[in-house]
Design a protein around this ligand. Structure first.
Ligand code: ATP
Length: 254
């Protein structure tokens, strides 16, 4: 059975004018990739390889200079409720409690209060924040804020989740716990995920497939299907072998 393509980047290039500079800054160079329905795709690359720019193009927040992005076979025209985002910085409203943050997108779309709070509470439970519905972001740890961010993205019921280094600001221990948590949330409620990181272990732990980007201008350098069965352990032989192989192939400084 052929798999449905949810996202397709067709030779996407992006260049920016930089104030005070004569030449354009070429950030993405003919990036072509496909993401299949309910696939967990990880985009791995060094700092400033255009990963965020690529994700923002897929989100419809930026327009490619050349090339096209198709969502469900249709050209994108700006952001849409079919795509939810989770950012590295938590982007929660500090004056709203957890359930109102999670329910925010539903409120904007006019979903009645009772219904949106039911949905919010269901996802708050899914991400392990039950009991913290009334807490404010300042009362939460980094990991908890990111759980709330994931619940908020899920609550809008997008087909596609775009995640931009969501665990990059967390300490190593919390980061590992959140990777496990995210993989288990995704196993329970599958979505098409495009997850950006510069961390090789995180990429191998989470991905069904990993796309490796080159340093600026960002190009697709190679791709790896990850067929190590989940749950994966950082220390198992297949994991370590793949890590060694991918690190030899990336511009990441390890
Ligand atoms: N709006 C913009 N105008 C000009 N340059 C930009 C703009 N947005 C991004 N850039 C440049 O594009 C390059 C790639 O940035 P991007 O944030 O996509 O990298 P990244 O791979 O996500 O990096 P990191 O892993 O460090 O977050 C950077 O050099 C950045 O300065």
């Amino acid at each position: 059975m052929s798999r449905k393509i949810k996202i397709e980047c067709q030779s996407v290039s992006k260049a920016f004018h930089v104030p005070g500079q004569k030449h354009l800054l070429h950030v993405l160079d003919r990036v072509s990739l496909k993401v299949y329905e309910n696939e967990f795709l990880v985009i791995l690359g060094p700092g400033q390889s255009g990963k965020t720019v690529l994700l923002n193009c897929v989100a419809g927040l930026l327009e490619p200079t050349r090339g096209a992005i198709l969502i469900n076979g249709q050209a994108t025209a700006g952001p849409g409720p079919d795509r939810g985002m989770v950012f590295q910085r938590y982007a929660l409203f500090p004056w709203k409690n957890v359930e109102n943050n999670v329910a925010f997108g539903l409120a904007v779309r006019g979903v009645p209060r009772g219904e949106r709070l039911d949905t919010a509470r269901r996802y708050i439970e899914l991400v392990g924040l039950k009991g913290f519905e009334k807490a404010y972001p300042a009362q939460l740890s980094g990991g908890m804020k990111q759980r709330a961010g994931i619940a908020r993205a899920y609550a809008n019921n997008p087909d596609i989740l775009l995640m931009d280094e969501p665990f990059g600001a967390l300490d190593a221990q919390t980061r590992y716990a959140m990777e496990q948590e995210l993989r288990s949330i995704w196993e329970k409620e599958k979505r098409t995920v495009c997850f950006v990181t510069n961390n090789i272990e995180e990429a191998i732990y989470l991905g069904d497939r990993v796309i490796v980007m080159s340093a600026l201008p960002g190009r697709v350098k190679s791709e790896y299907p990850i067929d190590i069965p989940a749950p994966r352990a950082y220390t198992e032989t297949a994991f370590l072998a793949l890590r060694k192989h991918i690190s030899a192939d990336t511009d990441l400084v390890l």
